[in-house]
Write a protein that binds this ligand. Structure first.
Ligand code: ADP
Length: 646
C-alpha cells in the first residue's frame, strides 16, 4: 500500500503539494471545510475528509480535527502548506505525538522563529545583521518611546507575535508615537492574543530580499538563492522574482551565508526562508518563515528543483540531494499573485462566483491555482486566486512572457487585481527593475478602476444577448419579428447596462449570421471568436441569470440586462445606513445607539478574508440602531448600522 500524505491546507498550495506527492508515488489526502466540499483540491486528491465548518478556526486551524482526519485516513505524514497551522509548533508536536511525520521543521525551530523579538535576539547572537531597533522585554510606553527616539524617526512598530502585516504601524515622530503604539498593541492583542511589540527604524525606500534555505537531519544546510519581493501593497507581497535584479555576486554570497547561519542557529530542518530588508549596500534580518513560501515557484524555476519533493525527502530522513556548489542558477523568473480584491478600494477583498475564468498557458509559463470557472470565492479564506509565473533566459524574456500570460488571463464575476498586475508588468519602472516596497504606492495610476467598456464590447454584448434570447440557435433571428430579407431590419433596440449606464442599442440582423449593432457588423466566427467590422478577436460569453461576463479584446466586461421598471439605485437603499461591503464576520462594534458620529467615523470592524476592515459612517448623524453584534456573520449588502440626521 503506498504511503499517504495528508495536506492540511486548501486552495492552490494544496493542489500544488498533491501534484508532487502523486509524482513521487504517494497517495494524497485532502481535507475540507463545509465551504470547500467541492473545491479543486478536494477533486484532485486521492481521498478527502471533512474537518468542520467554514470558519477556519473550526476547520483548517483545528488541530484535533486535522489529527483525527490524518488518523482516519491512515496517513504517514502531514504537509501543512503555508498559512493556517504551518508555523504552529503545537501542531507539529501534535503530529509527532500521533505518530505522524510533520513535513516541516522541528517544533523548537518554529517556536524560536515564531516570535519576532526572540528571533532577533537569536540572530544577533549568531552574528546576522539586524535593522537598528529595539526588541527587549520591557514594554512600558515610556521605555518604548525613549527607545523609538534613540532609533530615530520614522519608527516602525511591529507585533512580536506578528505576521500578515497585522499590528504593524509607522510612527512619523514623537507626537504620533503614543497613538500608533496603542493601535499596534490593540491589533496585536486582537490578532495574536499577545500585545508585545518591537521597534525598528523605518527604512524609506527598502527592498525586500529573502533567501530560500534548506536543511536536512544530517547536518547539511544550504541556500537556493534569493527572491526579490519588494512589490507590495499594504506591506504584503504581490510580485516576486528570482534572482534579485542588480544584486552583485559578493552580496548574493553574503546574504546566502547569513541565511544559512540563521538556519543553523535554530537547528533548522526542511524548507525555510530568511527575510531581509535591504537599503543601499546594507541588508538586515527581518524574520524567518519556517515553512514553504507562496513565492517558492520562482526559486523552482531558476534552480530546476521541486521544493516540495525536497521537503518530503528530508522529512523521510534523506540527506539533501545536492551540495551548495551544485545548486545552479539559470535564467530569471517572475511571479504575480492574482487576487480577488479591488485595488481601487484599498484592496478590499472581493467575493462572488467566478462566472468567467481564463488562466494562461505557454512556453515558460506556470500557473498554480486553486479555483476553476464556476467556483465561489468565499469570505472565509485568503482571496488569492492563482499565481502566474514566467521564466526566461533573462529578465526581459521572463517579463515579455509574463505580459503575454497576463493578456491571456480573464476573471469575471469577482473583482480582481488583474489590471494592476498588467499595469505593473507594462510599467517602464518595473521593466527597469526600479524595485522598492513603495513602488505601487508611488504610482497611483496603477490602482485606477478600469475604463468603461468600448463600443466594440457593447456591440459584442448585444450579439450575446441576441443569441441568448433568440429561440432556435444558428440563425435565430429568422423567428423574430422585424427581420426582412435584403432590407434594413426594424428589430426593437436591445437594452444593456454596464454599471449605472443603460444603453438601448439599435440592432439589425445581417444576412447569413450576425448582427449590425449601432452601425457595426458583429459576426460570430466559431464558438471562441467574433468579427467586429472584420476584426477577428477571441471572445467568451458567460451568463449568470441576467448578468453577462464578456471576454473580448483581452478584457472582461460585466454587463447586465437592465430591469427597466426597477427603482433608480439609491432610492430605496436607505442612504443613512451602513451596509456590509462584502460578506464577513463582525468582530467589533465601535459605537453605541444614540451616539453622534461624524461622517467617516469608524463604526465597526468587519473581518473578511483574513483582513480587518474598519467601516466608516457613510454620513454624519446619530446612531439609530445597531443591527449586529460581534461574532455575527453578515451577507454583502446587509444593513449593519442605521443613522438618522442629528
Ligand atoms: P509580516 O510578518 O507581518 O508580513 P514583515 O516583518 O515580514 O511583516 O514585514 C512585511 C513588510 O513590511 C516588508 O516586506 C517590508 O515591506 C515592510 N517592512 C518591514 N520592516 C520594515 C522596516 N524596518 N522598514 C521599512 N519597511 C519595513
Amino acid at each position: 500500500m503506498p504511503r499517504k500524505i495528508l495536506v492540511a491546507n486548501r486552495g492552490e498550495i494544496a493542489c500544488r503539494i498533491i501534484a508532487t506527492a502523486r509524482r513521487l508515488g504517494f497517495l494524497s489526502v485532502a481535507v475540507y471545510s463545509e465551504a470547500d466540499a467541492g473545491a479543486r483540491h478536494v477533486r484532485l486528491a486521492d481521498e478527502a475528509l471533512p474537518i468542520g465548518p467554514a470558519a477556519a478556526a473550526q476547520s483548517y486551524l483545528s488541530i484535533p480535527a486535522l489529527i483525527a482526519a490524518a488518523r482516519r485516513s491512515g496517513a504517514w505524514a502531514v504537509h501543512p502548506g503555508y498559512g493556517f497551522l504551518s508555523e504552529n509548533a503545537a501542531f507539529a508536536r501534535a503530529c509527532a505525538e500521533a505518530g505522524l511525520v510533520f513535513i516541516g521543521p522541528p517544533p523548537e525551530a518554529i517556536a524560536a522563529m515564531g516570535d519576532k523579538a526572540r528571533a532577533k535576539a537569536l540572530m544577533q547572537a549568531a552574528g546576522v545583521p539586524l535593522v537598528p531597533g529595539y526588541h527587549g522585554e520591557a514594554q512600558a510606553p515610556e521605555v518604548l518611546a525613549a527607545e523609538a527616539a534613540r532609533i530615530g524617526w520614522p519608527v516602525l512598530i511591529k507585533a512580536s507575535a506578528g505576521g500578515g502585516g497585522k499590528g504593524m504601524k509607522v510612527a512619523a515622530d514623537a507626537a504620533a508615537f503614543p497613538a500608533a503604539l496603542e493601535s499596534a498593541q490593540r491589533e496585536a492583542q486582537a490578532a495574536f492574543g499577545d500585545s508585545r511589540v518591537l521597534l525598528e527604524k523605518y527604512l524609506q525606500q527598502p527592498r525586500h530580499i529573502e533567501v530560500q534555505v534548506f536543511a536536512d537531519t544530517h547536518g547539511h544546510v544550504l541556500h537556493l538563492f534569493e527572491r526579490d519581493c519588494s512589490l507590495q501593497r499594504r506591506h504584503q507581497k504581490v510580485v516576486e522574482e528570482a534572482p534579485a535584479p542588480g544584486l552583485d555576486p559578493a552580496r548574493r554570497a553574503a546574504m546566502g551565508e547569513a541565511a544559512v547561519a540563521a538556519a543553523r542557529a535554530v537547528g533548522y530542518v526542511g524548507a525555510g526562508t530568511v527575510e531581509f530588508i535591504a537599503e543601499g549596500d546594507g541588508f538586515f534580518f527581518m524574520e524567518m518563515n519556517t515553512r514553504l513560501q507562496v513565492e517558492h515557484p520562482v526559486t523552482e524555476a531558476i534552480t530546476g528543483l521541486d521544493l516540495v519533493e525536497w521537503q518530503i525527502r528530508v522529512a523521510d530522513g534523506e540527506a539533501l540531494p545536492l551540495r551548495q556548489e551544485a545548486v545552479l542558477l539559470r535564467g530569471h523568473a517572475i511571479e504575480m499573485r492574482l487576487y480577488a480584491e479591488d485595488p481601487a478600494r484599498d484592496f478590499l477583498p472581493a467575493t462572488g462566483r467566478l462566472g468567467l475564468l481564463r488562466l494562461p498557458r505557454g512556453e515558460g509559463v506556470r500557473v498554480d491555482s486553486g479555483v476553476e470557472e464556476g467556483d465561489a470565492v468565499t469570505p472565509y479564506y485568503d482571496p488569492m486566486l492563482a499565481k502566474i509565473i514566467a521564466w526566461g533566459e533573462d529578465r526581459a524574456v521572463a517579463l515579455a512572457r509574463l505580459r503575454a500570460a497576463l493578456a491571456g488571463c480573464a476573471v469575471g464575476g469577482v473583482r480582481s487585481n488583474l489590471d494592476l498586475l498588467r499595469g505593473i508588468a507594462a510599467h517602464p519602472g518595473f521593466a527597469a527593475a526600479e524595485l522598492d516596497t513603495g513602488f505601487i504606492a508611488r504610482h497611483p495610476a496603477l490602482l485606477e478602476a478600469p475604463p468603461p467598456a468600448p463600443p466594440e464590447a457593447w456591440a459584442a454584448a448585444a450579439l450575446a444577448l441576441w443569441q441568448r434570447d433568440a429561440p432556435g440557435g444558428a440563425a435565430p433571428w429568422l423567428a423574430l419579428p422585424g427581420w426582412r430579407l435584403n432590407g434594413p431590419a426594424a428589430a426593437a433596440p436591445l437594452a444593456l447596462a454596464e454599471g449605472a449606464e443603460i444603453r438601448r442599442l439599435a440592432v439589425a440582423p445581417l444576412p447569413g449570421c450576425g448582427l449590425r449593432v449601432e452601425g457595426m457588423a458583429v459576426v460570430p466566427d466559431g464558438p471562441d471568436a467574433v468579427r467586429l467590422d472584420g476584426h477577428r478577436q477571441g471572445w467568451a460569453v458567460r451568463w449568470q441569470g441576467d448578468a453577462l461576463w464578456l471576454w473580448l479584446g483581452g478584457r472582461v466586461h460585466g454587463f447586465r440586462v437592465p430591469d427597466l421598471l426597477a427603482p433608480a439605485a439609491g432610492e430605496a437603499a436607505g442612504e443613512g445606513s451602513l451596509r456590509a461591503p462584502i460578506p464577513g464576520r463582525v468582530i467589533r462594534v465601535l459605537v453605541e445607539a444614540g451616539q453622534a458620529v461624524a461622517r467617516g467615523a469608524p463604526l465597526l470592524v468587519l473581518e473578511a478574508m483574513k483582513t480587518e476592515l474598519t467601516l466608516p459612517a457613510p454620513r454624519a448623524g446619530v446612531v439609530e440602531s445597531l443591527r449586529v453584534s460581534p461574532g455575527l456573520m453578515v451577507e454583502e449588502g446587509a444593513v449593519l448600522v442605521t443613522l438618522r440626521p442629528d
